[in-house]
Write a new protein. Sequence first.
Length: 365
Amino acid sequence: MLIRSLLLTLSLSFSVFVSADELTLNTNAPKSYIVKKGDTLWDISGIFLKQPWLWPKLWRLNPDINNPHLIYPGEELRLIFDEQGQPMLVRGKPELKWSPRARVQLKDQSAISSLPLEVIAPYIKYNSILSEAEIEKLPYILGSDEGYNSSVDGFNLYINGELALGKGYAIYQKEEAIYDPETEALLGYNIRVVGTGKVLRSGDIDNKVPATLYVDGAKQEIRSGDFIMPVNENQQYPSFFTLKPAKKSLRGLILNSASGVREFGKLAVVMINRGAEHALEQGDVVSVKRTSPGVVETSNGPAYSQDTSRWNRLANVDDSDYKMPEEVVGEMMVFKVYRQVSLALVLRSSKPLRLQDTVTSPMVN
């Protein structure tokens, strides 16, 4: 994947934000860094910056380098300051060994990218999320030529709908409902792929003739009432993700994790209760925040709310005598956006993230 195109895209995407934000270096930012295989622009920028999405502002053109848009494993990135005292990164010479038998060229190495699809692919499941209204509109299974549920390939399903002849379809089952913990509103349902098939007969619903779907990829038991969608429907992803900070108005919660656990870290996939209706977009970077433990004043001095008596906890509506601050505990990138929810990949976490942690724009203090 060419980093040239990526950086051009990043520059265009970030230009709106760059002019309004000042760079803040991490307190432990190194003076130099050697690029390693597998590094991404996000990883490297996070080493130097508290706002990794402002990478284009930190990176400056090095006049000694003919092609500053390509950086490779083994190259040194050096942190310096310009005449106005602003930090900037310049590139040192790559650490390459030359052999009299073969000439090693930079193009033979893999340039790094911001966040390629191959990094995320192992964590993407081909399940989906649909609203109740969306599910009701989909064609569904009436029965099969076997007369019973089956989990093996090689049988026909009869579908209540008119389908495209020869086209591939995925078979789904509705799983648990998703509720917004803030409003208790139904946000949709998780749906799981249970098989795939190809259309043998298109069907004619006006004359009560069902379509015929030949099952060629059963993953588990397929039942009457399961519904179908075209293969890869809502499953297209870009070859790389262009990162940008989510809009400042964003504020939501982590609903659940793909692994089903309550605590998780880097490269975990989670669901948040914000989506396209809240102006979230694919590639948006969000911060994960958590309110520090509440403190109450007792006769023995300040104590954590959780360690005090039941009476003290009941006497404090907010479980604290003080408005304890929210601290950033991680960052995530949104890679799949639905109408009211989104899926995000954890890019960084300073401590285990949890269900119900707050999600905001990284541009909100």
